[in-house]
Design a binder for this molecule. Structure first.
Ligand code: F6P
Length: 323
């Protein structure tokens, strides 16, 4: 192998730049030329490719986002688009590809790999919903951002004796909400994985009021059957039941920006270095992720066919701690 390429795809995540940097520097150390593909799979189809040297990735480890740009690319689901992408890679002489991204991106990696191209994935998404990695790049920073927002909201909530619904990202997976709720000391957590009756939630908020708590903070996952907007609509009709006055904050994309923390920089660096090592070993069609404290490769076929589950022990703990 002489030339490889790297791309970032799907929702950006803090730490993607650290991963790009590690792919470039460990790739060059292996004697390869490394290219960056701009704007994810879109750039692969449109052949937007730039050579990346050691200095091109200097000073980026602390930057959020991705210097290569990212995109959602539904066209990549079509075989014709993937053929075009492979033709483009062949025309530049690229023999291996590192895809830094989450579920949708690794579904694309799997398709390329099924077409015979050497691809290795790096687990990166703030949602932490990717099978094959206990923790994905960006989760820790996104959690710290949510935590800062929750801490601040508690201050103002206490001053005004209010309840807050705080909605966090995470797509269909409740990890971000569950952990943000636990570490933020939420009175209740609303998750896609756990059915709730808004009546019961109203009672729970009311109980906090009756116990004399100065505020009630409910962390809501965006993918829950009742997201923050729906819950607010529901509670609008039952205002007096809560005890507190109610406000809603949706943290949204704020969670994706910002400088990656120590954990994400190190995780991104380790997974990306693992990716070039896998390419060198000829181990293709795999996702590099963290299992326990080790960097491990999981076949992309398995990643695509298995669902990550929330830790039941954490779920149980959340209930006890909200007392
Ligand atoms: O997958 C990351 C994520 O931030 C999800 O948490 C969220 O649902 C989605 O991306 C938002 O996507 P977009 O940036 O395309 O609006």
């Amino acid at each position: 192998m002489k030339r490889i390429a790297v791309l970032t795809s799907g929702g950006d995540a803090p730490g993607m730049n650290a991963a790009i940097r590690a792919v470039v520097r460990t790739g060059i150390d292996r004697g390869w030329e490394v290219f960056g593909i701009r704007h994810g799979y879109k750039g692969l189809i449109e052949s937007e490719c730039v050579p990346l040297g050691l200095r091109d990735v200097g000073g980026i480890i602390q930057q959020g986002g991705t210097i290569l740009g990212s995109a959602r690319c539904p066209e990549f689901k079509e075989e014709a688009s993937r053929r075009k992408a492979l033709e483009n890679l062949a025309s530049i002489g690229i023999e291996g590809l590192v895809v830094i991204g989450g579920n949708g991106s690794q579904a694309g990696s799997l398709e390329l790999s099924r077409m015979g191209f050497p691809v290795v994935g790096v687990a990166s998404t703030i949602d932490n919903d990717l099978y094959g990695s206990d923790l994905t790049i960006g989760v820790d920073t996104a959690l710290n951002i949510a935590l800062e927002a929750i801490d601040r909201l508690k201050v103002t909530a206490s001053s005004h004796h209010r309840a807050f619904l705080v909605e966090v990202m995470g797509r269909e997976f409740g990890y971000l909400a569950l952990v943000a709720g636990i570490i933020g000391g939420a009175e209740a957590i609303v998750l896609p994985e756990v059915e709730i009756d808004p009546e019961d939630l109203a009672d729970e908020i009311r109980r906090s009021y009756q116990r004399g708590k100065p505020h009630a903070l409910v962390v809501v996952a965006e993918g829950a059957a009742y997201n923050a907007g729906l819950l607010a609509q529901y509670f609008q009709r039952h205002r007096d039941r809560l005890g507190y006055d109610l406000r809603v904050t949706i943290i949204g994309h704020v969670q994706r920006g910002g400088s990656p923390g120590a954990l994400d920089r190190l995780l991104a660096t380790r997974l990306a270095a693992g990716a070039t090592a896998a390419l060198e070993r000829g181990e293709f069609g795999v996702l590099l992720g963290l299992r326990g404290s080790e960097v491990k490769a999981t076949p992309l076929e398995e990643v695509a066919s298995r669902r990550k589950e929330l830790d039941p022990a954490l779920l149980a703990l959340a209930k006890v701690l909200a007392a």
